[in-house]
Write a protein of this length. Structure first.
Ligand SMILES: Nc1ncnc2c1ncn2[C@@H]1O[C@H](COP(=O)(O)OP(=O)(O)O)[C@@H](O)[C@H]1O
Ligand SMILES: [Mg+2]
Length: 208
């Protein structure tokens, strides 16, 4: 069963799989994964975030175990989570989303938040539980009362609800659907505000 979604995936002669993007090179081997960060804009930051999150989440079932890391070149070795990514899994039992909700809450208990939660980073494991990979855009926080942490936690829960809405909307409670609706609306207003501001600035420039 392949664990990888749409990014450039190559199956090598030796059976290993590679996912290559401009930012990373991910080598999926039997039982372990090597993620190399291509040096470039913000790569150190992404590497640091991935490492810190994996360290904090050590022992959490469903998250890769950190095996080792090298700083030059930047590479993280971790255990491989078996299963198929959610975007390729087709229709999955509701229990998978229940497990994912639990996993996300445990992750937040460890003070790790995620700014994105794409389906290709969620694994449906052979036992029907959920796994999570790719922590390079995560935020780890020390103080539970920090406003940045509180905002990051809210964003994580929003991303989780969006993912469930896309794959199994019937599993959302009425309250969650209402929350999502409100947040979608706020995002639309914010985008409109950004667009109008851009246009206004362009106009000012063309006048001057
Ligand atoms: N530890 C892992 N176990 C299983 N699959 C993984 C693991 N790490 C990465 N993958 C797979 O490889 C893909 C690319 O890795 P990822 O860390 O998400 O890199 P990128 O930041 O380029 O998206 C993931 O979407 C996932 O499908
Ligand atoms: Mg990813």
């Amino acid at each position: 069963m392949s664990a990888v979604a749409d990014k450039a995936l190559v199956t090598r002669k030796d059976g290993a799989q590679e996912v290559t993007s401009v930012k990373n090179h991910v080598l999926l081997l039997d039982g372990r994964v090597m993620k190399s960060f291509v040096a470039g804009r913000r790569s150190k930051n992404r590497f640091r975030r991935e490492l810190e999150a994996l360290r904090r989440l050590q022992g959490l079932e469903g998250v890769p175990e950190l095996l080792r890391a090298s700083h030059s070149p930047m590479c993280v070795h971790m255990s491989r989570i078996e299963g198929i990514t959610l975007d390729r899994a087709g229709s999955v039992p509701g229990a998978v989303f229940h497990s994912l909700r639990e996993l996300v809450e445990r992750m937040l208990d460890h003070r790790v938040a995620r700014h994105s939660l794409p389906a290709r980073d969620v694994l449906v494991r052979p036992d029907g539980s959920a796994g999570l990979v790719d922590f390079e855009r995560s935020r780890s926080c020390h103080f539970s009362w920090s406003p940045i942490w509180l905002a990051s936690r809210a964003v994580t829960r929003f991303q989780l609800l969006r993912l469930i809405e896309a794959h199994a909307p019937h599993l959302l409670s009425q309250r969650e659907s209402a929350t999502l609706g409100m947040q979608h609306w706020l995002r639309a207003v914010y985008r409109l505000h950004l667009n109008l501001r851009k246009r206004y600035k362009r106009r000012l420039k063309s006048i001057n």
